[in-house]
Design a binder for this molecule. Sequence first.
Ligand code: NDP
Ligand code: GDR
Length: 342
Amino acid sequence: MTKRALITGITGQDGSYLAELLLRKGYEVHGLIRRASTFNTSRIDHLYVDPHNPDAKLFLHYGDLGDGARLVSLLGELKPDEVYNLAAQSHVRVSFDEPEHTGDVTGVGSMRMLEAVRMSGIHTRFYQASSSEMFGATPPPQNEETPFWPRSPYGAAKVYSYWVTRNYREAYGMFAVNGILFNHESPRRGETFVTRKITRAVARIKAGLEDHVYLGNLDSVRDWGYAAEYVEGMWRMLQADEPDDFVLATGGDFTVKDFLSTAFSHAGLNWEDHVRFDERYLRPSEVDALVGDASKAKEKLGWEATVDTAELARIMVDADIEALEHEGRPWIDTVRLESWGS
Ligand code: NDP
Ligand code: GDR
């Protein structure tokens, strides 16, 4: 029997890699997309086949995590075997500008999804995209037992989502799990997150199109992994015998400065010549250091990151340079998944 999955956030970085992974595994994949005045499907266009084609395996449906009635009707109609709730207002800095919206989508939106599953009476496995931002000010290393101390409206909204997911597991016996993922990046990363902002700038500076990039705090420590391998971990969580929560991380501890140094030097440039400070990119409260301990995922899921932050930085710089040279998108051909045998 062909398995059917629903992905919210399918147009985002992780959603696009997860859709690829599930299609490769033979799933029928359904994605929730938002109506926009411009096309917002560039990360998944290469996967799309006209639904009139009998070989079509990817189907898109309009909806929004703010619209609970729509979620109930969609879940009831599709009856998916697995639901991956990846949709969110996912930018930490922006969550200080739009705290109420972030709470509504990133927090209450998850509860709307869970409630839609419950109300439609279907048996589905549910993945919640939880975040290392929930640990916030609690010092590293962080694992599944580490207390939460969120430092932003985004982090607080993710804590709410984490707990409602656990509550639906305990209250209704639902197979509902939290993947607590540390930062993961790729050539498909949104251009306003710091890694992609840096690697795009490296490519443009190298090409002589720009001379500098404005950044905020360069001292924060992050555990940056490669998104293409993190989606495999999400899938493994839903294949487990029992529902449980897992950290996915590399265990690395780069500062933003370290990432700058690796990315610029890979292109033969010195970052200190090209980076300027702009206080607009500071956050009212910062998360100083996130470094994950993913030993539980390694032991119980057999999942382990294989791409470290330095290699990731080089992958992203190469992809951005190539994209500029070919005036095309880097989405499709930069994914290296040999390590997962798929
Ligand atoms: P992106 O920002 O790339 O993608 C977010 C997705 O959510 C997009 O498809 C976006 O649609 C969709 N979305 C936003 N608001 C709504 C809404 N109101 N209704 C429906 N869909 C909506 O995020 P990532 O792919 O990087 O992350 C995926 C998930 O994992 C997010 O929940 C994020 O918070 C979480 N996470 C990410 C980590 C990371 O390092 N990447 C680490 C830990 C957790 P559109 O394209 O239309 O904007
Ligand atoms: P983060 O990622 O907040 O960790 O959230 P981001 O790349 O935005 O910031 C990482 C660190 O870099 C510092 N920084 C800057 N950040 C941005 N965006 N722009 C800048 O110009 C800049 N200069 C310095 C930040 O202050 C921060 O310390 C990401 C998101 O994907 C979340 O959805 C996810 O949950 C977490 O990772 C884990």
